[in-house]
Design a protein around this ligand. Structure first.
Ligand code: CA
Length: 493
């Protein structure tokens, strides 16, 4: 027996090994580039769709645009709850807020679902190295920068919490809404020092180090940027990209908001614009755009590192913001509303080899779809009860048929707000309709200026969309005593 093996020449043994590999490859469709792809998971905080790749005329985002060109840009992507913790918890567990029961910035999902398997945990269970730098789960921003925030330790092998000059020099901030805390104010600063000295510069630096030291094993590495969430802080050069004369606020007295159900504009008080003047709001917007460009530059450092380390062709790159952001329209600033600007957020996915790369998808997709998508792309089996669907068909063919609408919710005091988005319509109900409803034809009225909910001609559409809302929230979680909203409305520190 021994002689049989040893009598085979080296060349024969090599040939048989090669044959075995080819056979295995044919049977399993195994391809080294696609097997166990890495994941670079990039989260930004409070970033609207005001980006070059989404057609914004002013905002400069060359690096995010570069990622958009290399992957699929989702034009109708919606968060489940336009507030940090509820949105992030939903995305990271793949479950809707009604299942996680996280509507506020205090409750941790493990207190409700102690054994839930999060997205990075699924990768870890399958032999991946999982790491986080910065804000992935909720973090009081900027209050908890440099701490673990409301992290989930079982999700990571390594978790890092950088802190930069922006955090240490908060005494230099300009706050146009001084009664509001730094985490919910129109507050900004032209920062001293380099990009690398700011917290988000340090996030990029640490992520690059992790990429370098883990490039030879399958990894799920999460870069959690803290900006452009207020305070809007970026080095001066980014402010120079946006001359004040080019920054405008929407004109007029917002008749559509005056006529709207009260809870639809209750996220901003005093309304409009937190009581700021037009000039103050323009200064805040300039700083917000500067901060988007600053974060964009840090995203560029990550993409450059992927190229330099020759990881680009075996790494899925996903970029998302936890929700959208109002920039003055309807008299609003920031989030926590159910208008398009708050519910919609950027979503870009580069899956190596996907046929749809370079295209854009007009389909309505949700952040609960991200978990099953990444599981599908990596060939992993996700938990059984996930709320979303894999977007892989849209990564292969961005305009493929897709009938799933997108659902977003908020909480107002003792009652909820629910909204559903189809490709054409947005329909919103406050307190199940008792506090009003809104219907917008997003095809002919993308700015949501003409509420059609009460028009007899649209009664059929309302009935149809109403049934989608009722079905989605058939088992709604209602906090005892209706306290959910009170907690959710607490100011970020
Ligand atoms: Ca946020």
């Amino acid at each position: 027996m021994r002689s049989t093996t040893s009598s085979l020449s080296l060349r024969q043994r090599f040939a048989s090994l090669l044959l075995a590999l080819i056979t295995f490859s044919l049977i399993t469709n195994y391809s080294p580039a696609a097997a166990r792809p890495n994941v670079l998971f990039i989260a930004v905080d409070d970033m609207s769709n005001s980006l070059g790749c989404y057609g914004h005329p002013l905002v400069k985002s060359p690096n995010i645009d570069r990622l958009a060109r290399s992957g699929v840009r989702f034009d109708r992507a919606y968060c489940q709850f336009p507030l940090c913790s509820p949105s992030r918890t939903s995305l990271m567990t793949g479950l809707r807020p009604d299942t996680t029961q996280v509507y506020d910035l205090q409750k941790h999902f493990r207190s409700v679902l102690p054994d839930v398997v999060t997205l990075p945990q699924m990768f870890m269970k399958n032999g991946y190295f999982a790491a986080r730098v910065g804000k992935i789960y909720h973090y009081g921003n900027p209050g908890q920068i440099g701490t673990p925030g409301l992290d989930d330790a079982p999700s990571w092998n390594v978790a890092l919490n950088p802190r930069g000059r922006d955090k240490d020099e908060e005494d230099k901030l300009t706050n146009h809404t001084p009664k509001r805390g730094l985490g919910s104010a129109l507050v900004f600063m032209k920062a001293e020092g380099t990009d690398e000295e700011q917290t988000d510069g340090k996030v990029a630096t640490e992520v690059i180090r992790l990429l370098e030291s883990n490039k030879d094993k399958p990894f799920f590495i999460a870069a959690g940027f803290y900006r452009p969430h207020c305070p809007y802080i970026a080095p001066k050069k980014y402010f120079d990209l946006y001359p004040m004369e080019k920054i405008t606020m929407p004109a007029g007295t917002f008749p559509e908001a005056v006529a709207a159900p009260k809870p639809s504009v209750a996220s901003v008080a005093p309304w409009p614009w937190f009581g700021t003047t037009e000039t103050q709001s323009r200064e805040a917007k300039q700083a917000y755009y500067a901060t988007i460009s600053f974060v964009d530059a840090q995203v560029g450092r990550l993409l450059d590192a992927l190229d330099r380390l020759k990881l680009a062709e075996k790494t899925i790159v996903i970029f998302w913001s936890d929700h959208g952001y109002h920039e003055g329209e309807h008299g609003l600033w920031m989030k926590q509303s159910l208008w398009e600007g708050s519910a919609r957020a950027p979503l870009l996915i580069h899956a190596p080899g996907a046929k749809g790369n370079g295209g854009f998808s007009p389909r309505t997709v949700e952040f609960v779809d991200i978990f099953p998508t990444l599981a599908d792309l990596a060939g992993l089996t996700p938990p059984k009860n996930l709320a979303g669907a894999s977007l892989r068909p849209l990564l292969e063919s961005p305009a493929a048929p897709w009938t799933k609408p997108a659902f977003t919710q908020v909480w107002r005091g003792s009652y909820p707000g629910h909204t559903v988005r189809t490709e054409r319509w947005r329909y919103t109900e406050w307190d199940n309709g008792r506090q009003g409803a809104q219907l917008f034809d997003m095809a002919s009225d993308p700015q949501e200026l003409h509420d059609l909910a009460a028009e007899p001609a649209h009664a059929g559409t309302v009935k149809q969309l109403k049934s989608l809302v009722a079905k989605n929230w058939a088992n709604e979680y209602r906090p005892s005593g209706g306290k959910g909203g009170k907690q959710a409305a607490k100011k970020e520190k």
